[in-house]
Design a binder for this molecule. Structure first.
Ligand code: PRX
Length: 651
């Protein structure tokens, strides 16, 4: 054991970057960070114009920012192509034969795509989409496994100005159907299936179900991945390999305006219907490029690996766009972290010499539980920087990650951000910021963050409040697709001209920001965002259910677990069989990721006299087994005894 590994790490531990790391980093002192941050807030036009110059603009902007709250236009008047910047620019700059994507499939198959090969594949798919009648601003729904073709599909859309909307492969047909309807997609790109823990997820079958009754989708392009039996509908479904064989591997990338829509990504909010978060081109490109450059300290020789799925925002910004915009080599892996065993990630790091590794706290906690023996077999000495995202990281998980994976030498960047923010917002810069377990530390350039109380006053040190962003930033969402009102009401109505993140947070005396968790009815289960209202509406759609309430419960590995309280319709029997049926029903309506951990039958739910479900009581009940909070406003106090008995298993 090295000297460093004997360090006892707890929530008070503060670790400064090593001299070696600082020396080679882009920002190597706190004084430099402060100077740059100040400039980015006070003179955003100067700061962002300088950053944007690294990228290729077919026409330069007239104005860096035009802000009429809550609508921002970044790089107004400019013309650019995001795909050209992520792919062609590197071929032009001599990186054509550099590996862009080193891919490993779950069964062990391997592929390397150079930037030049990526360019050819993207051009082919762009030509296929054009041949199928897809035009600028048309929506294309992508439902794919973690294969290079997922990235190729996204980039091909960006190249022709079409708007991609990815649905995570773990979502069900009904979820796809909702998203198809909301986005009015004209084309779909999917695969026959996807490998997951040795089994096949039937992507095409789910898609066929979702497309029943749909009249907007004209073509479905299907990648052959698992060779599972599927149906192909004549005149609608086309094989990827056949279509791409018919078209040239060249395509000229046209410039689109900086505010041209790039993608819609649906995410959960506090109501039943997921929101289509709309991101546009120029600002998102600059935001993802810049955060990768400074936060991940990306350099020419890095081998970067983000373990997210392209179906989530992390996969959009930190698999497809940010790393490719920086021209690095990245690793992409298709399957589960425990297939064939819990050593899979570490074997990949050893095999490809990964230098920067980005994952979620929930994965780290699962690795700790699986045991060190899966890590000890592998040489992880290529790593130089670690990152986490998606949820607060507890000090024990942080310590294990720092010592066991990072060998006590790699800084950890704990990055706070959201689907809506497009890019990381609060994070250490690895060459200068002292890191501490559990805090995402300080705001990134251009991010003016504050923690406010209900009256809009800034909270004092250590006092929790609401996290807001006071100024626009380049990669911010532009609207909720098709619902400007919801955009204004959800994000911009709490405090004048400020973005409300929906998270509670506190700042310590040094300005380090600790995220306390969501303030709305959004759950964070294994780093996945789920709305309690979505699960409730799935439950009440079942014929046996009269009423349902869903709350989160602290969980050692997942962060939060989903707990449902269900009141059945009169005459329906409370059986374990029905619980299983309800679990599967939620899986069918939303997707396997939403399947609850616990279902409790309750004769009634705690409600106020005006009929509102008192969630705070249910949250307390699932966390502690008891309800001690104020129940005076409760309509019927008898339900409390029944709920407590049901939780204790004595009902
Ligand atoms: O509650 C915060 C949590 O994840 C939410 C955003 O979820 P989503 O849009 O799915 O994006 C996740 C990946 C960017 C936030 O409102 N969250 C995200 N990162 C962190 C975090 N909580 C604590 N620490 C983080 N680093």
């Amino acid at each position: 054991m090295s000297k460093k590994q004997t360090l006892v790490i707890d929530e008070n531990t503060e670790i400064k970057p090593s001299k070696e790391f600082s020396k080679q980093a882009r920002v190597s002192s706190m004084a430099q960070y402060k100077r740059m941050h100040k400039e980015s807030i006070e003179k955003p036009h100067i700061f962002w114009a300088r950053e944007a110059k690294d990228l290729k603009w077919q026409k330069k902007w007239d104005k860096v920012l035009d802000w009429k709250a809550p609508y921002a236009e970044w790089f107004k008047g400019a013309k650019l192509n995001v795909c050209e910047n992520a792919v062609d620019r590197h071929v032009e700059e001599g990186r054509g034969n550099k590996a862009a994507i080193i891919w490993e499939g779950e069964p062990g198959d391997k592929r390397i795509l150079t930037y030049q090969q990526l360019q050819r594949e993207v051009c082919r798919m762009a030509n296929v989409l054009i041949a199928r009648g897809v035009k600028s601003k048309d929506r294309v729904l992508i439902y794919m496994p973690m294969v290079p073709e997922a990235t190729i599909a996204m980039l091909a859309c960006a190249r022709i100005g079409a708007v991609h909307s990815i649905v995570f492969g773990g979502f069900s047909s009904e979820s796809i159907k909702d998203r198809l309807e909301d986005s009015k997609a004209v084309a779909v790109i999917t695969a026959d299936g996807s490998w997951r823990r040795g089994g096949v997820v039937p992507l095409k079958e789910n898609m066929d179900e979702a497309l029943k009754g749909n009249d907007t989708v004209k073509s479905v392009i299907v990648l052959k991945r698992c060779e599972n039996e599927i149906k192909m509908k004549k005149g609608r479904d086309y094989w990827w390999h056949e279509e791409t064989a018919k078209v040239p591997a060249t395509h000229k990338a046209k410039g689109f305006s900086a505010e041209h829509p790039l993608f819609i990504l649906y995410t959960s909010g506090s109501t039943g219907k997921p929101k289509g978060i709309l991101h546009t081109s120029g600002g998102y490109m600059v935001g993802t490029y810049t955060t990768c450059k400074y936060i991940f300290d990306m350099k020419e020789d890095d081998v970067y690996w983000c373990t997210a799925d392209v179906g989530w925002i992390t996969g959009h910004s930190y698999i497809t766009y940010g790393p490719l915009l920086n021209g690095v080599t990245q690793v992409m892996y298709e399957g589960g972290p425990n297939y064939p065993d819990w050593g899979r990630f570490w074997s990949i790091i050893e095999e490809y010499g990964v230098t920067i590794f980005y994952t979620a706290p929930t994965a780290i906690r699962a690795f700790i539980k699986a045991g060190d023996k899966f890590v000890d077999k592998y040489d992880l000495s290529s790593l130089r920087l670690l990152g986490t995202v998606g949820e607060p990281i507890n000090p024990a998980a942080w310590a294990w990650y720092y010592e066991k994976i990072g060998g006590g030498r790699c800084p950890i960047v704990d990055t706070w951000w959201q689907t809506e923010t497009g890019a990381a917002m609060i994070s250490p810069l690895p060459g200068c910021t002292p890191i501490k377990p559990g805090t995402a530390t300080l705001p990134f350039f251009g991010v003016d963050v504050a923690i406010l109380d209900e009256d809009g006053k800034e909270c004092k040190a250590d006092q929790p409040g609401r996290l807001v962003i006071r100024k626009p930033w380049p990669s911010m969402l532009r609207t909720i697709y098709g619902d400007k009102k919801r955009y204004r009401d959800t994000y911009w109505s709490d405090y004048d001209g400020m973005y409300t993140a929906g998270d509670g947070a506190r700042k310590d005396k040094k300005g380090n920001i600790y995220i306390v968790g969501r303030l709305d009815d959004v759950l964070n289960v294994s780093g996945h965002r789920l709305g309690t209202a979505e699960i409730e509406s799935a439950l009440v759609a079942h014929k046996a259910v009269a009423e349902a309430a869903v709350v989160g419960k602290p969980h050692d590995i997942k962060g939060q677990a989903v707990v449902c309280f269900v009141t059945l319709k009169g005459g329906v029997k409370e059986t374990d069989k029905l619980k299983t049926e309800l679990r599967n029903h939620i899986g069918k309506v939303i997707g396997a990721i939403a399947k609850p951990d616990e279902i409790h039958f309750a004769p009634g739910l705690p409600k106020t006299r005006s009929g509102k479900i008192m969630r705070r009581l249910l949250k307390e009940l699932v966390a502690t087994g008891k309800i001690t909070g104020n129940v005076t406003t409760l309509e019927d106090t008898k339900v409390i005894d029944a709920l407590q008995a049901s939780i204790a298993g004595t009902a």
